[in-house]
Ligand binder design. Structure first.
Ligand code: SF4
Length: 292
């Protein structure tokens, strides 16, 4: 059994930068908090916790300690609340997310209704909506477009959650235009997809076409990891989304010639190494059983 890794996978530059900034801040301050999890990956959160970085769900739990804004970013209301608290703030918002936020602010100011194609409960999307100053609305799925309120302005701008696939964003925009054409006087589409994730998705797709099984590693809450698994399944290959090496079932591998491995942008290198080591061990056992 051959194990092949995707040519682009794992920690993206935005997550790596955020983790490094937090580790440095924790070394200097000794007691750092983050507003929500740094990334949607349990293992990374646990490692940061060991370095004194505590996740808090609410501003009330900060208790005067320095606070880090995660790579997903926050809305201006949260920044203002942090200013009022007067605590040191380490802003690790990914520059690509900052760009989405700036677009949302600018388009709302110009009078557009700002539609964000993304999960309304996702941190990045909530933050971007915050910058749209009450003119933003998040839509998770193109099927939900039919439920858009009738009273929306006729000038509509569309952004995407950074981790969506190109194909889904294109389909969403097409569907929006087709279903509301007569009510739209101007449609602006800003490509806010992240190159890091589109490159990883292209690499996963290319690999999925030439293997018998795909293993996608990453947190279950991680949107970009889920999208990677989606891309692989769309290629018709059996795909398993796992968080850790011990979730691999030996029967998945029986009779497989080539197994592909990829990992989401919030998946640390050590998690990938553990999965590959486990796959190699299982492959060796299967080979030994075949020979005996
Ligand atoms: S996936 Fe892209 S947008 Fe998100 S943190 Fe990584 S580099 Fe930034």
């Amino acid at each position: 059994m051959e194990i092949i890794t995707a040519r682009d996978m794992g920690f993206c530059f935005g997550v790596r930068r955020a983790v490094e900034m937090m580790e440095e801040a924790a070394r200097q301050t000794g007691a750092l908090t983050t507003l929500g999890s740094t990334v949607h990956n349990r293992q990374v959160v646990e490692r940061l916790h060991q370095q004194g970085i505590e996740v808090v769900a609410d501003l009330d739990e900060i208790n005067g300690r320095p606070v880090a804004i995660t790579a997903h970013g926050v809305g201006p209301q949260v920044k203002e609340a942090l200013d009022r608290l007067g605590v040191p703030v380490i802003d690790t918002t990914c520059p690509i997310v900052t760009r989405s936020q700036q677009w949302a602010k600018r388009l709302a100011k110009e009078g557009f209704a700002v539609i964000v194609f993304g999960d309304p409960d996702h941190k990045e999307v909530r933050g971007v909506l915050g910058w749209a100053d009450g003119r933003g609305i998040a839509i998770a799925d193109e099927a939900d477009l039919d439920r858009l309120p009738d009273h929306l302005p006729s000038r509509i701008a569309v952004l995407s959650q950074t981790t969506h696939t190109e194909a889904r964003f294109a389909a969403f925009v097409r569907h929006l235009f087709e279903t509301r054409m007569e009510r739209i006087s101007e449609l602006r589409v800003i490509n806010t997809l992240c190159n890091a994730t589109t490159s990883q998705q292209a690499a996963a797709q290319e690999l999925a076409r030439r293997v018998d099984l795909m293993i996608v590693i990453g947190g279950r809450e991680s949107a970009n990891t889920r999208h990677l698994a989606e891309v692989c399944r769309e290629e018709g290959v059996e795909t398993h989304h796992i968080e850790t090496a011990d979730e691999i079932e030996p029967q998945w591998l029986a009779g497989r010639g080539r197994v592909g491995v990829t990992a989401g942008a919030s998946t640390p290198d050590f998690a990938v190494d553990e999965v590959i080591a486990r796959l190699e061990e299982m492959a060796a056992r299967l080979e030994a059983a075949r020979r005996s």
